[in-house]
Design a protein around this ligand. Structure first.
Ligand code: GLC
Length: 458
């Protein structure tokens, strides 16, 4: 939890404060049009799945359990020795994601504990060496691809298992003086090479990788940043191996052109379209069902389906993507709470996905009505009014008068009438503004978690 705060504090600093100098640095010289094109599928997709799965799933009490409980590599070994996800069926996961309307997945190939879900040639700390005995990543990638879901890889820059990784403030051994003293014998360049080799493996052996999520940097005192990771070299390698790949922003390269593709705030909702130097940038927020990324048996602050949908809609209304995380259990399935959210989201997305995919912020002239969120599809020239709290009979749309050709409830395509709006407009008893369009809604909320009204603009 401490570290969540640290990441936020860092990402909230103005860019200038995160970098030592303002001089332009370039990893590759892609034009902004080229970047926009490269990211087109991503900004259209809007909705993805994050999967945090690994040894910590057995502990069932946060993916940072090793750090939170100051476990040594030996203490943590019991999870490696008992890792046997006998119920693992990636086809089922992929189906769930597909039905929930998710268009891409990001899989933790290695998390901070250093355990690899893939059959790396550079370590034995991997699933093939556990009682399970098999590579977990390949079948997952294949299953998701078969459902038409794009593939992203999460790779932790941090590694609490690698012997050459120096003990720092986030390390499980941070309070252990004897372990700290051994830092002088540790050689981070060996670790850098290890990372490079693994990133090469991940970008060479699993076909096209659409997204790479590197996590994370905490430069400064007792931390680690771009020099420790050789972020520039790593990013150059990524661009060379898979130039189409979309990379997040946590390698401490915010001041490099080509050092990141999109911002990735987590756990809190950005209040507006994320900007850098005053310019709107691509962004994708990563969020959890509950208060943990890895499976957490006893954590009960699960968001409701409505809250999760609200989060998705809100994100799209600010021009961003939402990637929602699931933490499968140690046996390799999703627990009942997760299944419930997947199906609830799927039920909504099946009929309302049109208000999400390819959508973005609505033009400013259209005011957001009370208790609603607006999304907008520029290609179709339609506005979607997501009604969070069902009003009584009329929904007043300021700034819409004369601009709407046709309106319907999206989930069933039933017409929403607005005839006679001129009359209403003239009666000041209802407090109308001159450019208000009152929609006639049924008194009862349709049986949809968040009903959506589709407005065909003139
Ligand atoms: C934070 C968490 C980490 C998680 C990541 C996902 O860095 O500490 O465990 O993998 O967010 O964005």
């Amino acid at each position: 939890m401490i570290r969540h705060f640290a990441y936020f504090a860092l990402s909230l600093l103005p860019l200038a404060a995160q970098t030592t100098q303002a001089e332009a640095k370039t990893i590759w010289d892609e034009t902004s049009e080229e970047k926009e094109q490269r990211l087109e599928w991503f900004t259209d997709a809007r909705f993805g799945l994050f999967i945090h799965w690994g040894l910590y799933s057995l502990a069932g009490r946060h993916e940072w359990v090793m750090k939170n409980e100051s476990m040594s590599v030996d203490d943590y070994r019991k999870y490696f020795e008992h890792f046997d996800p006998d119920l693992y069926d990636p086809k089922e996961w992929a189906r769930a994601a597909k039905e929930a309307g998710m268009k891409y997945v990001v899989i933790t190939a290695k998390h901070h504990d250093g355990f690899c879900l893939f059959d790396s040639a550079y370590t034995d700390y991997k699933s093939t060496q556990t009682p399970y005995g098999k590579d977990l990543l390949k079948p997952m990638v294949e299953a998701f691809r078969a459902e038409g879901i794009r593939i992203g890889i999460y790779y932790s820059l941090i590694d609490w298992h690698h012997p050459e990784f120096t003990v720092d403030k986030f390390h499980p051994m941070s309070e252990n003086e004897a372990e700290r003293a051994k830092n002088s014998e540790r050689d981070m360049s060996v670790y850098r090479e290890y990372m490079r080799n693994q990133v090469r493996e991940l970008l060479s052996n699993y076909g096209e990788i659409d997204v790479l999520f590197l996590d994370f940097s905490y430069p400064g005192e007792d931390g680690k940043g771009r020099e420790d990771w050789d972020s520039v070299g790593l990013m150059q390698l990524v661009r060379e191996l898979q130039p189409q790949c979309i990379v997040n922003d946590r390698a401490d390269l915010l001041d490099y052109a080509g050092g990141w593709d999109y911002r990735s705030p987590e756990q809190i909702k950005p209040r507006e379209w994320v900007t850098m130097d005053g310019k709107k940038v691509p962004w994708g927020t990563v969020q959890t069902f509950s208060g943990s990324w890895g499976y957490y048996r006893d954590e009960h602050t699960w968001k409701s389906t409505k809250q999760l949908l609200g989060m998705l809609i809100d994100t799209v209304s600010k021009g961003g993507n939402l990637i929602l995380n699931v933490g499968p259990t140690g046996r390799g399935n999703f627990d009942a709470r997760a299944n419930d959210r997947f199906s609830g989201i799927g039920k909504w997305m099946q009929v309302n996905g049109r208000a999400i995919y390819g959508c973005t912020q609505a033009p400013e002239a259209f005011k957001t009505p009370e208790n609603c969120i607006l999304t907008y599809n520029p290609e179709l020239n339609r506005i979607y009014v997501h009604v969070l709290d069902w009003p009584m009979g009329k929904l007043w749309l300021d700034g819409f008068a004369g601009k709407v050709a046709y309106a319907q409830l999206l989930h069933d395509g039933s017409e929403v009438q607005f005839k006679g709006w001129e009359e209403w407009q003239q009666d000041s008893a209802y407090g109308n503004a001159a450019n208000t369009l009152p929609l006639d809604l049924p008194i009862m909320q349709p049986d949809v978690e968040i009903p959506v009204i589709e407005l065909f603009l003139k």
